[in-house]
Design a binder for this molecule. Structure first.
Ligand code: FHN
Length: 415
């Protein structure tokens, strides 16, 4: 079972992924050609040479970037408990002041300021956990870094690891305060020994720093699911679903396919209910603006999360309930079952939940609600909670059922 041994990660439930790099300048299009795939892969998909791609750095000037504003909103408005920022994505460009590669935001761009330092300062100010994405295997700029779908024969991968990857990780772990998580990704080609070298390096500098499921050879500290893939069943241990708000991670000016807030809330609760964290992405544009489409959705979801904070953060995996409920999702704590009501209801009816209920209240204002628990004519347990009349047309609120038992008693359907 995956155990990060970090309570903050177990309790977090909801985090912000930020994919940002030079690809945001191309925004899904290069020399009139569009990519119909994730925009941060444009260098690979459209076969842009290293020499050409490097020229993008000369244009990178994100004068609108406001780390304080992004972190403040993530914390106060969007309800996120941690941030994972792409310190270096597959393109190989460092969004921090790297001493071992000049291909970085301070030395190679007109902007000349350290993006990561600004984020670190803001995270410290708002007491936000900071994690860093680092592409440890793919580096499309380094001659010895791997590139998916291309011929990697003859590359001296160990040289890249020793001369770029490890020195940069050392910089990240020594010069940017507390790093709570390193989000390694696409561990293609990396051996068990090489993976262990990376783990040892990280843990020797910051022992509490946890490692994503894509560290390599399944040696990370927790399970990372496929992108946008939600496990169907409750899953034991620590895990996380990385997810997009549209169909890309890096900014794509053509992609306006934003998911709607209700769907995001439902997906978040499914993930939380099954025991995982939801790491939801934004891709700022080349000026540093967070796309309007994503901040609108995040604000709506944030309203739900902050109003119902008690029913989200620190909750635990719920067992399997016999019925599929269109209108609800569950989360739980000891002696409390939270029913997230996602569609209008006159009353909550839960069949085959056999707990003795000692109280019921609306999570957002702790208003007590009338309830009963008894048996149906068929002898099945049934819990009912009355919804106040003025709320019967509402959706998206949580109700807490206080139970005499520590955990929900989900009965089998006997029929
Ligand atoms: O190739 C990357 C992709 O660009 C993005 O960073 C996602 C996030 O989970 N990870 C890889 C694909 O799974």
């Amino acid at each position: 079972m995956n155990d990060t041994k970090q309570q903050w990660f177990k309790d977090a439930k909801y985090g912000l992924f930020i994919h940002w790099g030079l690809y945001s300048i191309l925004a899904g299009e290069y020399q009139g050609k569009k990519t119909d795939r994730i925009a941060e892969w444009i260098m690979n998909f459209l076969d842009i040479s290293v020499e050409e791609y490097r020229k993008l750095a000369e244009q990178f000037n994100p004068v609108n970037f406001d780390a304080d504003e992004i972190v403040r909103r993530a914390k106060e408005e969007w309800g996120m408990k941690y941030i994972v920022f792409t310190a270096k994505h597959h393109e190989g460009f460092a969004m921090f002041d790297s001493k071992c590669s000049d291909y970085n935001v301070v030395k190679a761009t007109p902007y000349g300021r350290d993006i990561l330092k600004q984020l670190q300062n803001a995270c410290e100010k708002y007491d936000m956990k900071l994690g860093l994405y680092y592409s440890q295997a793919q580096d499309w700029d380094d001659p010895d870094g791997f590139m998916h779908t291309k011929d990697n024969a003859g590359k001296n991968f160990q040289k890249y690891l020793d001369e770029k990857c490890k020195p940069q990780l050392r910089e990240l772990l020594t010069e940017y305060g507390k790093i709570s998580l390193i989000w390694f990704d696409t561990p293609m080609g990396i051996t068990v020994e090489q993976t262990q070298e990376l783990i040892d390096l990280v843990k020797s500098i910051q022992p509490d720093c946890i490692l994503s499921g894509r560290t390599g050879n399944h040696m990370g500290d927790y399970m990372t699911t496929g992108d946008n893939f939600i496990p169907r069943l409750p899953y034991e241990g620590d895990w996380e679903v990385p997810a997009t708000l549209n169909d890309t991670w890096g900014f794509n000016k053509f992609d306006h396919n934003w998911k709607n807030p209700d769907d995001i809330i439902r997906m978040m609760l499914k993930i939380n209910s099954r025991g995982g964290n939801y790491l939801l992405n934004i891709g700022p544009d080349s000026l540093g603006n967070v796309p309007e489409g994503s901040s609108k959705v995040l604000s709506e979801v944030g309203k739900y999360v902050t109003e119902n904070a008690e029913a989200v953060y620190g909750t635990k995996r719920v067992g399997i309930y016999a019925y599929e409920l269109e209108w609800a999702q569950f989360t739980r704590k000891d002696y409390k079952l939270y029913v997230h009501v996602l569609q209008p209801r006159v009353r909550i009816e839960l069949l085959n939940v056999g707990n003795q209920i000692t109280g019921a209240y609306l999570v957002k204002d702790h208003r007590t609600l009338p309830f009963s628990f008894e048996k149906t004519c068929e002898g099945d347990s049934i819990i009912e909670v009355e919804i106040p009349e003025e709320m019967q047309q509402d959706k998206n609120y949580a109700v807490c059922l206080e139970m005499a038992e520590k955990e929900p008693v989900f009965e089998e359907i006997k029929g």
